[in-house]
Every structure is written in C-alpha cells, then in structure tokens.
Design a protein around this ligand. Structure first.
Ligand code: FES
Length: 162
C-alpha cells in the first residue's frame, strides 16, 4: 500500500470524536482494531496524522499501528477522491489492452493503484472483471462505464469530470 501525498485536512471535530473513541477502548485488550476501524469511519481513511494521535493516546507504537494499517485490506491510508476511476484488469480486458489504458490513466493522473490525486479529485482503483467483458477493455469513472477503451480516449474522458 502506498502512502498518500494528499494534504491532511482533519478537523477539530473529527479529532474530538477520535479522542472519545480512544477513551472508550483505552486499556482494553485488543483495543487497536476497533479504534482503527472507528478512526477510519471518522476520517474516511487512516493517514499518518491519525495514526500518530492513536499512538500518542494509547501508547501503542506507531510502527505497530502502521503495520496493522498496511496488513488489513479494510484499512486505507489514502483518502477517496471525488471521482473513482476503476480500470478493469480482468482477463478479457487485459488481453484487449487494458494494461496500456491503465498506464495512460496513471500517467495522466500521476498516481498509482489505490492512490488519490493531491487535489482530492480522482482516486484510482485497479479491479477484476466487472461483468462487462463484451465491452473490454473497460474503464469506469464515477460509475459511468466506458467500453472498448483505448489509451488515447483517457484524457478526453477524464476532462469531463470537474
Ligand atoms: S474482464 Fe473486464 S469486464 Fe470482464
């Protein structure tokens, strides 16, 4: 999992909620997982700054928290962008050139799988078959399906999302 370069925009309100959650579980055995789950619900993801608060308040080393955050797929250290761009790399899409489409999306957005652009606009997710193999290769932006994708269409499609 890659660490997000998106500026952290946590509010005092979110921090107060997180401190409440920590106070609720503090000292209990196995407290870390529920704290991290609730922290992710509050912030939408688990950036370093949130991990640091958890570490400072619980005394659990930050390395351990980071390890748990990277190990479990349910935790994300990148925020979700306003628009989610999904590129299907399932077999049908892959053999029809989805790899090239993905490369173009990565180049245009400057991010990789699981990351979010610094302006918070797009996040990129590589996915497996989305059940539209007849349209391969498939790219989905904010729920809109684009079939028979070619790398040269990527820029124009992304430009539609403001
Ligand atoms: S493999 Fe991409 S839609 Fe099925």
């Amino acid at each position: 999992m890659k660490v997000s370069s998106v500026p952290f925009k946590g509010t005092k309100d979110q921090e107060a909620k997180l401190l409440e959650v920590i106070a609720k579980y503090k000292g209990q055995k196995g407290a870390l997982m529920p704290i991290m789950q609730e922290a992710q619900n509050i912030y939408g993801y688990l950036p370093y700054q949130v991990q640091k608060i958890i570490s400072d308040e619980t005394g659990i080393p930050i390395e351990k928290i980071y390890g748990v955050a990277t190990f479990y797929a349910q935790f994300s250290m990148s925020p979700k962008g306003k628009y989610i761009v999904a590129v299907c790399l399932g077999t049908a899409c892959y053999v029809k050139g989805a790899g090239k489409v993905l490369e173009e999306v990565e180049a245009k957005l400057g991010i990789g799988d699981g990351e979010c652009t610094p302006d918070g606009k797009f996040s990129l997710e590589v996915c497996r078959c989305v059940g539209a193999c007849g349209l391969a290769p498939v790219m989905i932006v904010a729920g809109d399906v684009y079939g028979k994708m070619t790398p040269d269409r990527v820029e124009g499609i992304l430009a539609k999302y403001e």
